[in-house]
Design a protein around this ligand. Structure first.
Ligand code: UD1
Length: 338
């Protein structure tokens, strides 16, 4: 069964390609390499013994998208990762984000809506909840006004899919709302490859551990949390990748309750920034240089998932804890800096 993975050379995409291949799916990747590298294909091949099909396509080129689906009419499912994800950049260049993240989504849905049956998995984010009123966050928590154009593209993306599913019974879709992905494949053949200075906590920590950054700035220690630093739900990337395969199978096997469904993908455990630093120090045996600075604009206090729906309805559960995920992130960082 042929599955298209857009953005399949990226961080979460590449780990999902591996899990799909492990489950016997034939994978075709579309990536424009704007934030990824074709070298990732070698890592995937080393892990699974199979090289996925790959086409370098910019999904903003509508005629190329149409042409792709004409040539690959046997594609039965799409996992759509391809998107821009830098929050700060999205504030500076909103139209770039609306074009990249919304335009491309519409083109793909247009193609899928013409099929007799199609399955679609969308990369959404816990960012849609903003600062939720209650922890842990269930899927029923209200979607809050987005803090950034990036966050808005995730909210709008969900709405576009829901609206399309309403009038397209042949289209079945699941939006996965990721909490904070981290880590690398246990083989250490693929992992996160941030370009420039990492905006996310874990790659910033591992780069600081390697001496590439002088010190980590901890954004705020005056939050109303146990130790004053902000709390997030760090989910191991391989666990997250597996959630995609389970969600896809749910649709392919017509086990879904509705033709549009939403699931949180997190561990259910919140960790503070200082706890993440402690985890790094524990698994690496290194002391991390850090200083407390002011809060980062737009950051929320706390976000961790209620995973009941994913556990019971989807039948998925995270397996790795923070230390295990951190160990893989650290091993990966050491490998790529060699
Ligand atoms: C960020 C995005 C979010 C996106 C998610 C995907 C922002 C505001 N939000 O979430 O929209 O869906 O990534 O991975 O960028 N921290 C530090 N020092 C650092 C970096 C981070 O203290 O150098 C803190 C942050 O303040 C936060 C936590 O670490 O409390 C996690 O930060 P980060 O990895 O950037 O993720 P989010 O902000 O949760």
């Amino acid at each position: 069964m042929k599955i298209l993975v857009t953005g399949g050379l990226g961080f979460i995409g590449s780990h999902t390609v591996v899990e799909l291949q492990n489950e016997g799916f034939e994978v075709i990747i579309i990536d424009d390499c704007s934030n990824s590298s074709e070298d990732v294909l070698d890592g995937i091949t080393t892990i699974t013994g199979q090289t996925p099909l790959y086409e370098k396509i910019d999904l903003k080129e509508k005629d190329k998208v149409e042409d792709f689906f004409k040539r690959h009419q046997d594609v039965q499912g799409v996992i759509h990762f391809a998107a821009s994800k830098a929050v700060g950049e999205s504030v500076e260049e909103p139209l770039l984000y609306y074009e990249n993240n919304i335009g491309t989504l519409v083109y793909i849905l247009k193609e899928l809506a013409q099929k007799n049956k199609a399955s679609f998995i969308f990369s959404s984010s816990c960012t849609v909840y903003g600062q939720a009123d209650e922890m842990p966050i269930t899927e029923n928590a209200p979607v809050k006004v987005a803090e950034s154009p990036y966050g808005n593209t995730k909210q709008m993306g969900e709405e576009i899919i829901a609206d399309t599913c309403k009038v397209t019974p042949s289209l079945n879709a699941i939006a996965l709302r990721y909490f904070n992905p981290m880590g690398a494949h246990p083989s250490i053949e693929i992992g996160e490859l941030p370009t420039g200075v990492p905006q996310n906590l874990v790659p910033f920590i591992t780069q600081t551990g390697m001496g590439m950054r002088a010190e980590l700035s901890v954004f705020g220690d005056d939050y109303p949390t146990l130790d004053g630093t902000a709390v997030r739900d760090y989910i191991y990337v391989v666990d997250l990748a597996k959630a995609h395969v389970i969600a896809l199978k749910r649709l392919l096997e017509s086990k879904n309750d509705d033709n549009y469904e939403v699931f949180n993908v997190g561990t259910g455990t919140g960790s503070s920034v200082l706890e993440v630093i402690q985890s790094f120090e524990k698994v690496s045996g290194e002391k991390l240089n850090y200083k407390i600075v002011a809060r980062r604009a737009g950051d929320i206090t706390s976000a961790y998932a209620d995973t009941t729906k994913a556990n019971t309805v989807l039948g998925w559960k995270s397996e790795y804890n923070l230390d295990q995920a951190m160990k893989s992130a650290w091993e990966w960082e050491q490998k790529i800096r060699k």
